[in-house]
Design a protein around this ligand. Structure first.
Ligand SMILES: C[S@@+](CC[C@H](N)C(=O)[O-])C[C@H]1O[C@@H](n2cnc3c(N)ncnc32)[C@H](O)[C@@H]1O
Length: 339
C-alpha cells in the first residue's frame, strides 16, 4: 500500500508539471483572445492553487478512509507523457488559429467531416476549439492531456470525486451505465474500485470509443456502446447505477434535461444517478471569475447557461427526488437515489 501522504505529494508535483505545461499555451492564447480579457491576476492564480492543494488533501483523506485505493489513480509513463505533450503543443497552434478566427465548425479530417452528417448540430462543433471536435481518433488521443493541462493536472482527481459517492450509495455490483464516457478516463477508476460491477460505457463519438477500447483493453467488465445519451435504447430499469462526468455543460438546456430523464428512466429502483460536472456560479464565489472567463476563451456555447442552471434543481425538477451535492476545485458531484 502506498501511503496517502506520498500520493498527495506526487499529485501536487504532477499539478506543478501540468501547470508549467500550460504556460506556453496561455501565452499563445493571450495573443488571440479578446484584448479586453486580461489574464488572471496573481491573486486569482494564488486562489486556484489554494483550491488545487485542498483537492489533493481531500483525495489523500479519501484514500486514508478507504473510499478507493491507489489503483484508481492514473500511472503515466514519462516517455508517453512527453510524446503526448509534444503532440498537444504542436496542435496548440491550430487551436490558437481557430480561436483567433472564431472557427467553431471546422473539421479537418475526412473521417470527422463524414461523421458530422449523422450527428446533432449542437454536438458537431470544435468544443474548446479542439481540432476535429470529438470526431477523430487524433483528437481523442490528445484529449486527456489537454484537459489535464487546462486543470493543472487535477482532472483525474476531480473525476475520482464520484468514487466515494458511488461507494456510499450503491451495493457495488450489477450493471452500471456511464453516459459520455469519452476516452474512458472515468471508466478506469470505476472499474478499479468496483470489481464486481459491469460497466456499459456509452458515447456519441465512435473515434473516442475506439480510443477508450484501446485504453481499457486490459479490462474485461466493460462494454462499449455508440449512442446518444439523450435518447437511450435500453429498457426501463436496466442499471443499478448511472453516472456521467463532464457531459452536461456541453449540452443545450433541453438536451441536459433529456439526458437526466433518460438516465433516470433506465435506473432500477434503489439505484443512484450521479452527475459530475463543472462547478456552477456561486458554488464557490471565489472562483466565479474563472467560470465567467472559461466560455470567453474556449468555444463552450452552452456553458454560460449551464453555469447558472443549478444541477441540483435540474435533477430535482426531472426526477422529483431530493438531490445531494458536494464540490471540490472546479467539479461538483450531484446525485439522487431512485426510491
Ligand atoms: C467533455 S467530454 C467528457 C468525457 C469523459 N466523461 C471525461 O471524463 O473526460 C464529453 C463527452 O460527452 C460525449 N457526448 C456529448 N454529447 C453526447 C450525447 N448526446 N450522447 C453521448 N455522448 C455525448 C462526447 O462525445 C465526449 O466524449
Amino acid at each position: 500500500m502506498i501511503p496517502s501522504k506520498i500520493i498527495q505529494s506526487l499529485n501536487i508535483a504532477r499539478s506543478g508539471v501540468y501547470f508549467l505545461e500550460s504556460l506556453p499555451l496561455a501565452l499563445v492564447s493571450r495573443f488571440v483572445t479578446h484584448p479586453d480579457l486580461p489574464p488572471p491576476s496573481d491573486e486569482q492564480v494564488r486562489s486556484l492553487w489554494k483550491h488545487i492543494l485542498k483537492l489533493h488533501k481531500r483525495e489523500a483523506e479519501a484514500l486514508e478512509h478507504g473510499a478507493y485505493t491507489w489503483k484508481a489513480l492514473e500511472i503515466e509513463s514519462p516517455w508517453r507523457h512527453l510524446r503526448s505533450f509534444m503532440e498537444v503543443m504542436s496542435d496548440g497552434v491550430r487551436v490558437a488559429w481557430r480561436m483567433k478566427l472564431n472557427k467553431t465548425k471546422h473539421f479537418e479530417s475526412n473521417m470527422a467531416q463524414e461523421l458530422t452528417q449523422d450527428l446533432p448540430d449542437y454536438y458537431t462543433r470544435n468544443f474548446h476549439f479542439q481540432t476535429d471536435g470529438y470526431l477523430s481518433e487524433a483528437s481523442a488521443r490528445r484529449y486527456d492531456h489537454q484537459v489535464e493541462i487546462l486543470f493543472s493536472g487535477t482532472a483525474g482527481a476531480m473525476r475520482r470525486l464520484i468514487l466515494p459517492v458511488l461507494k456510499s450509495t450503491t451495493q457495488a455490483h450489477g450493471r452500471w451505465l456511464e453516459l459520455g464516457s469519452g476516452t474512458g478516463s472515468a471508466t478506469r477508476p470505476v472499474l478499479a474500485t468496483f470489481p464486481r460491477v459491469r460497466v456499459t460505457a456509452l458515447d456519441l463519438s465512435s473515434p473516442y470509443l475506439k480510443v477508450a477500447r484501446e485504453n481499457l483493453n486490459d479490462q474485461s467488465k466493460v462494454d462499449f456502446v455508440q449512442g446518444d445519451a439523450t435518447e437511450l435504447t435500453f429498457k426501463e430499469e436496466s442499471f443499478s447505477a448511472v453516472y456521467s462526468v463532464y457531459v452536461l455543460h456541453e449540452l443545450p438546456k433541453p438536451e441536459r434535461e433529456k439526458l437526466v430523464r433518460e438516465a433516470y428512466r433506465v435506473l432500477k429502483p434503489g439505484g443512484v444517478l450521479v452527475i459530475a460536472d463543472s462547478l456552477q456560479i456561486d458554488d464557490e464565489p471565489e472562483l466565479n471569475w474563472a467560470l465567467e472567463r472559461f466560455p470567453k476563451v474556449y468555444h463552450e456555447p452552452f456553458y454560460k447557461n449551464y453555469s447558472r442552471d443549478r444541477l441540483e434543481d435540474l435533477l430535482e425538477r426531472v426526477t422529483g427526488e431530493k438531490a445531494l451535492s458536494e464540490h471540490a476545485f472546479f467539479t461538483k458531484v450531484v446525485w439522487v437515489k431512485k426510491p
